[in-house]
Design a protein around this ligand. Structure first.
Ligand code: GDP
Ligand code: IMO
Ligand code: MG
Length: 429
């Protein structure tokens, strides 16, 4: 039986949370494999809206949630989120949430360094979420991380903190930011240990067992291909690999277990934070998309930059991300627009190109080449079958499908869980 991996195909906030929640009804386990609480996934279920950052979206459906080793985990953020959803009637316990014992932790010094760096960059800032994601991943590859399992070994913790503080306090001092004391960090971690350790386990064993007993696993990506640390608009990216291939390494399972790779794309484009965005609109249409689509960051509340659908970029995301089928979300936001544009390529320094180049200046110089399509006057909002869509909306979807070179397997027509049109079951492989 096929598993499914869900990844973002643009710059994040495509509606991954809604799609994972919808698919989770047919999965047994939902696994987060990268990112951290920089993610903000919104699930609308009747009158209740859940905003999740760390918890795998499947927990809302009562499924087992797994936080894999590829995530960077802020213990305090996790406990706060568990409390927040408890107030909405959702009980998260070690019964329905398991965390990889080897997951690296985000400590208070990580957001401090993240913010100090952003301040130092001034105008050139990345526009990070300020959650310490980048510094935490640096410590992981620098072999300095405190990992969840270390909370069970106070001596290891103490020695590792010495090494970590030598590194971080030197940096913080250089950036003119306050330094951290070992005692405060150690006391904080030791106090968190009994709350967190009951969730810890070698999740690779559980996933291996799930695989052999034919259970369905849904891998929930955060961020998106254009924010991938290798394939995105570097350096305006996040600090992890967001492509589907990382679901294997970030969960501790073989690449053949990833299953069908589902990419999520909005019917237009948005981006939060700085960096190139060729099809960005600075006019009334851009404003309208932002208002209609309620385009404000789930994590930071920042307004999202809006623009036309960039088929050239999504095609690239399909190729490098390993996307086998696409979900197009927020089609309803385009209702009533007289005409729609799709970016099909770029003009860069007088040349026509069909991909976003890697070099920063070339990226920033990319001018979109548009194709114009007729809009539709009817409504797609809440549509649950293809037959309910206006003919021009169908044409728009079909044209995108051709340009991005991937089949569109699902359409989303409102934030609500069941306002979804399925053309092909991703779990069928
Ligand atoms: P994620 O980070 O990819 O999970 O996406 P976010 O949850 O950050 O942002 C997507 C936003 O769009 C959320 O507020 C969703 O409730 C909303 N949304 C998802 N699908 C649709 C849709 O088809 N139509 C509309 N109007 N809103 C949607
Ligand atoms: P979801 O999972 C949109 C962006 C930040 C910034 C860059 C680096 O909800 O789609 P970071 O804090 O990760 O070091 O910031 O990445 N970013 C996101 N943008 N959606 C997200 O997650 C994002 N997570 C990070 O705005 O530009
Ligand atoms: Mg989001």
């Amino acid at each position: 039986m096929a598993n499914v991996a869900v990844i973002g195909a643009q710059w994040g906030d495509e509606g991954k949370g809604k799609v994972v929640d919808w698919l989770a009804s047919r999965a047994d386990i939902v696994v987060r494999f990268q990112g951290g609480h920089n993610a903000g996934h919104t699930l609308v279920v009747g009158n209740e809206t859940y905003r999740l950052s760390l918890l795998p979206s499947g927990v809302v459906r009562g499924k087992l949630g797994v936080i894999g080793n590829g995530v960077v985990l802020d213990p305090q953020a996790l406990l706060s989120e568990i409390e927040k959803v408890a107030a909405q009637g959702l009980k998260v316990t070690p019964e329905n949430l398991r965390i990889a014992e080897n997951v690296p932790l985000i400590l208070p010094l990580h957001p401090a360094l993240d913010r100090a760096r952003e301040t130092a960059r001034g105008e050139d800032k990345i526009g990070t979420t300020g959650r310490g994601i980048g510094p935490a991943y640096e410590d992981k590859v620098g072999r300095r991380s405190i990992r969840l399992c270390d909370l069970a070994e106070p001596e290891t913790l103490s020695a590792k903190l010495d090494e970590l503080l030598l590194h971080h306090n030197s940096l913080l001092r250089g950036l003119g930011a306050p330094e951290f004391s070992k005692k405060e960090l150690l006391d904080g971690l030791l106090a968190l240990a009994p709350k967190l350790l009951p969730y810890a386990e070698p999740v690779w064993e559980r996933l291996d067992e799930a695989r052999h007993s034919g259970k369905r696993v849904l891998f929930e990506g955060a961020q998106a291909v254009m924010l991938d640390v290798d394939h995105g608009t570097y350096p305006y990216v996040t600090s992890s690999n967001t492509v589907a291939g990382n679901a294997a390494g970030g969960a501790g399972i073989g690449p053949d277990a990833i299953g069908f790779v589902l990419g999520i794309a909005k019917a237009y484009t948005t981006r939060v934070g700085s960096g190139p965005f060729p099809s960005e609109l600075h006019d009334e249409t851009g404003k309208l998309l932002g208002e209609r689509g309620r385009e404000f960051g789930t994590v930071t509340g920042r307004p999202r930059r809006c623009g036309w659908f960039d088929a050239c970029m999504v095609r690239q995301a399909v190729k490098v991300g390993g996307i086998q089928g696409l979900v197009l979300t927020k089609l309803d936001v385009l209702d009533g627009l007289p005409e729609l544009k799709i970016c099909t390529g770029y003009r860069i320094n007088g040349e026509t190109v069909k991909r976003l180049p890697a070099a920063f200046r070339a990226q920033a110089a990319a001018e979109p080449i548009y194709e114009t399509l007729q809009g539709w006057s009817g409504s797609t909002r809440g549509a649950r079958s293809y037959a309910e869509l206006p003919a021009e909306a169908v044409k728009y979807v079909r044209r995108i499908e051709e340009l991005v070179e991937a089949p569109i397997v699902l359409l989303s027509t409102s934030p609500e869980r069941d306002d979804t049109i399925m053309m092909r079951d991703p779990f069928a492989g």
